[in-house]
Design a binder for this molecule. Structure first.
Ligand code: HEM
Length: 132
């Protein structure tokens, strides 16, 4: 398990869950709210597992995993974190407001969440280097 391997795996995971999120938004446009909710429950569990898994690896398994990053990589990682941290904070709020059907709050937070998620996916998949 190397840093580049972990980054590559996470890129695949982010692309996969982004497809689930996109499908949930299509359901929303079609008025299928229940399916939107179910897909997003899957999105929530998978995304949270990836975040917690990565945290566990960085903190407990091998803290030196990103030592292959140079200064430019670190700058890009900081921009990426500028999107991914707000997105991780908004994620549980999305689930709670969705499940309790607080539609106004859910849609307003949804716009913010979508912006932070697009930033997370773009900077994560395109910017972060997964070659040694
Ligand atoms: C990204 C933009 C999103 C928008 C614009 C959006 C919008 C909506 C809307 C309009 C509803 C129907 C609310 C109602 O019935 O009054 C809904 C329901 C719901 N949403 Fe979202 N949503 C978004 C993302 C998410 C995310 C990321 C999650 C979970 C992490 C989520 C979870 C849910 C759940 C659980 C429901 C209830 C479904 C049901 O009726 O069974 N949504 N959403």
């Amino acid at each position: 398990m190397t840093g580049p391997n972990i980054i590559f795996t996470l890129k695949i995971a982010v692309a996969a869950v982004s497809l689930i999120l996109a499908a949930s938004l299509v359901c929303l446009l079609m008025g299928k709210y229940r399916w939107h909710g179910r897909l997003n429950l899957v999105f929530f569990v998978l995304t949270l597992s990836a975040v917690l898994g990565l945290e566990a690896i960085i903190r407990f398994v091998d803290p030196s995993i990103f030592e292959y990053f140079n200064d430019d990589d670190r700058r890009k990682m900081n921009v990426h974190l500028g999107f991914s941290i707000p997105s991780t904070i908004l994620l549980p709020l999305m689930l709670v407001t969705g499940l309790s059907r607080r539609r106004r709050g859910h849609v307003i937070l949804g716009c913010l969440f979508l912006a932070t998620w697009v930033g997370t996916a773009y900077t994560g998949i395109v910017w972060l280097r997964h070659t040694p």
